[in-house]
Structure formats: structure tokens, C-alpha cells
Design a binder for this molecule. Structure first.
Ligand code: ADP
Ligand code: ZN
Length: 289
């Protein structure tokens, strides 16, 4: 028997199969098109591997309260065709004997980083991705942190920089954190894609101002032992240092944290935190039985 992981993203679905010792035996990346087409490809990939459990880390927002009718559904996503899709329902009817562990993509990534990445040995961490969107997953006391829903830190509000008049890209809030600082805002402000912007462009200071401020808010609210940042925009090697400086400046000495170079770190499992977390969640479920 095997365990599986599905990192369900708006662009692609990363699927992996491992043995119960977490040795990956097969992996694939499937483009996210229509639910029917994508699910068919997922079922084809996993068909040769009977699985005891599958960990799913999904783009969201998602319904995570088992008492609610929307459990297992993808909710108000901007991704066309995927609103209100009952993903867990579809997986369970295909695999009736497989346990499905269901959480957000960033929660899974936070879990992967806590167990095998930059926050190894800690009991708590926050993982933030800065990519097409901004999202953050939270692990507290070794477990995923969720309540009536899951944290949606990417859509929290940040104080505007006095010289910034950009309207923001979020269709819901315009100038929330994601609206002001996710990858598309870089292109929206400058007309140049993030990957093509020179390191000395002034927009990086603004970027660091917002992300640093978000990390202050996370620290003040959740007091995690470690904050980890990943995502496409963090491929800018100079950005992490700027973010740390902005964090220290805006925290203004108020709350004591570990030294900033230990406290704020880049992902240790680049592009693998999410799928690793999905497999770990499945492995643990199997271990509990
Ligand atoms: P997703 O969030 O869709 O999973 P990514 O984490 O790769 O995907 O993020 C994609 C975003 O990151 C895009 O907005 C892209 O322009 C931006 N990006 C990708 N590479 C870089 C880079 N080297 N520097 C800055 N921005 C980048
Ligand atoms: Zn928003």
C-alpha cells in the first residue's frame, strides 16, 4: 500500500506517491484546466497505486469544517470553473477506502517546512508564499491551525506607504496585502514582470515595506517560533534581506523575537514544501490507525 499527496494549485496539480517510509516512487505535474479533465488525469496517475491515505493541500479558500455542508469544497476562488467544486467528495467517491486529509496549500507547506525544512525541531511556524497571490499557513503546537475557516493572512490589511497610490489587484479588497504586494502588483506598478525587474528598482523597497509589515502583524498576532517565506517573487536574492530590515524597522523594538536572521528564513524545500507536507499528513494519518 502507498500514501499520496496532491498539492492542488490554480495553475498545476502536483501529485506524488510514496511508500509508507515517505520514499517517493512517482510524481507528476498536471495542468489545472477544468475540474473534470484535471480529476481524470489525477485518477489515471494514481490508478496503479492503492493508497491508504492522501494528503491534499488546496488553493482556496476551502471549506474545512467537517460539520459544515461546504466541507471539502473549493469556495470563492477567482479560478474559473472551480467555485464550489466538491474536491474531497470527488476523491472519496473514486477512492472509498482511502483516508483524505484536507487542508490549504500553504498549511501543507507550513507543515512540510516544520517537519523537514526550515522550522525543523520547532512546534510552531508560519509559512508565507509570495507568488501569484499571497497566502500563509500556520502550524501551532505541531498541528495545523484552523478554526471556522483557515487563516487568510494574504487578505489582511496593511498600512499604505505614504507615497504609494497604486489601487491594488485584489478583486475583493483592492489594497489588501495580496493586492499591494503579490507578484502581479509588481507588474501592475512598473509594467515589468517581477522576474525582469532589476535588483536596484525602487519597487523592491515598497515590496519589502509591505511584506515586512505583514510579518510584524503575524508576529504580534501569532508569535510563531519561526517565519518562512517562499514563492516565485522570493527568487529575488536581495529581497529577503530587505524584508528583514523592514521587519526590524517597523517592529521598532516593541516585541522581542529571536535574532532576525534566525527568525525569518527562506523556504528550505523550494517548490517542495507543499507536496512534502501533503505526504507527511497522509503518512501520519496511516500511523494513527
Ligand atoms: P504560484 O503562486 O502561481 O504558485 P509562483 O510562486 O511561481 O506561482 O509565483 C508566480 C509569481 O512570481 C508571478 O507573479 C511571477 O511574475 C513572480 N516571479 C516569478 N519569478 C520571479 C522572480 N525571479 N522575481 C520576481 N518575481 C518572480
Ligand atoms: Zn484581498
Amino acid at each position: 500500500m502507498y500514501i499520496g499527496g496532491i498539492e492542488a494549485g490554480g495553475t498545476k496539480m502536483i501529485c506524488a506517491v510514496a511508500d509508507e517510509a515517505m520514499m517517493v516512487v512517482d510524481q507528476i505535474s498536471i495542468p489545472t484546466t477544468t475540474p473534470t479533465e484535471t480529476l481524470t488525469a489525477i485518477f489515471d496517475f494514481f490508478a496503479p497505486y492503492p493508497m491508504k491515505a492522501v494528503g491534499v493541500g488546496s488553493f482556496g479558500p476551502i471549506g474545512i469544517d467537517p460539520q459544515q455542508a461546504n466541507y471539502g469544497h473549493i469556495l470563492a476562488t477567482p479560478k474559473a470553473g472551480w467555485q464550489q467544486i466538491d474536491l474531497v467528495g470527488a476523491l472519496s467517491s473514486q477512492w472509498p477506502d482511502t483516508a483524505i486529509i484536507w487542508t490549504t496549500d500553504v498549511n501543507a507547506a507550513a507543515y512540510g517546512e516544520l517537519r523537514l525544512g526550515a522550522a525543523q525541531g520547532k512546534n510552531s511556524c508560519v509559512y508565507m508564499t509570495v507568488g501569484t497571490g499571497i497566502g500563509a499557513g500556520v502550524v501551532r503546537e505541531g498541528a495545523l491551525f484552523q478554526g471556522i475557516g483557515h487563516p487568510e493572512i494574504g487578505h489582511t490589511f496593511v498600512k499604505r506607504h505614504p507615497e504609494d497610490h497604486y489601487q491594488g489587484t485584489c478583486p475583493y479588497h483592492h489594497d489588501c496585502l495580496e493586492g499591494l504586494a503579490a507578484g502581479p502588483s509588481l507588474e501592475g506598478r512598473t509594467g515589468i514582470k517581477g522576474q525582469d525587474l532589476p535588483a536596484d528598482h525602487a519597487v523592491w523597497d515598497l515590496q519589502a515595506f509591505y511584506i515586512g509589515q505583514a510579518l510584524v502583524n503575524i508576529t504580534l498576532t501569532l508569535a510563531p517560533e519561526k517565519i518562512i517565506i517562499g514563492g516565485g517573487v522570493m527568487n529575488q536574492p536581495h529581497l529577503l534581506t530587505k524584508i528583514k530590515d523592514a521587519f526590524v524597522q517597523q517592529m521598532a523594538g516593541y516585541m522581542e523575537t529571536p535574532p532576525v536572521d534566525d527568525y525569518i528564513a527562506a523556504w528550505a524545500l523550494p517548490n517542495q514544501s507543499g507536496i512534502t507536507g501533503c505526504l507527511l499528513l497522509a503518512q501520519e494519518k496511516v500511523g494513527q490507525k
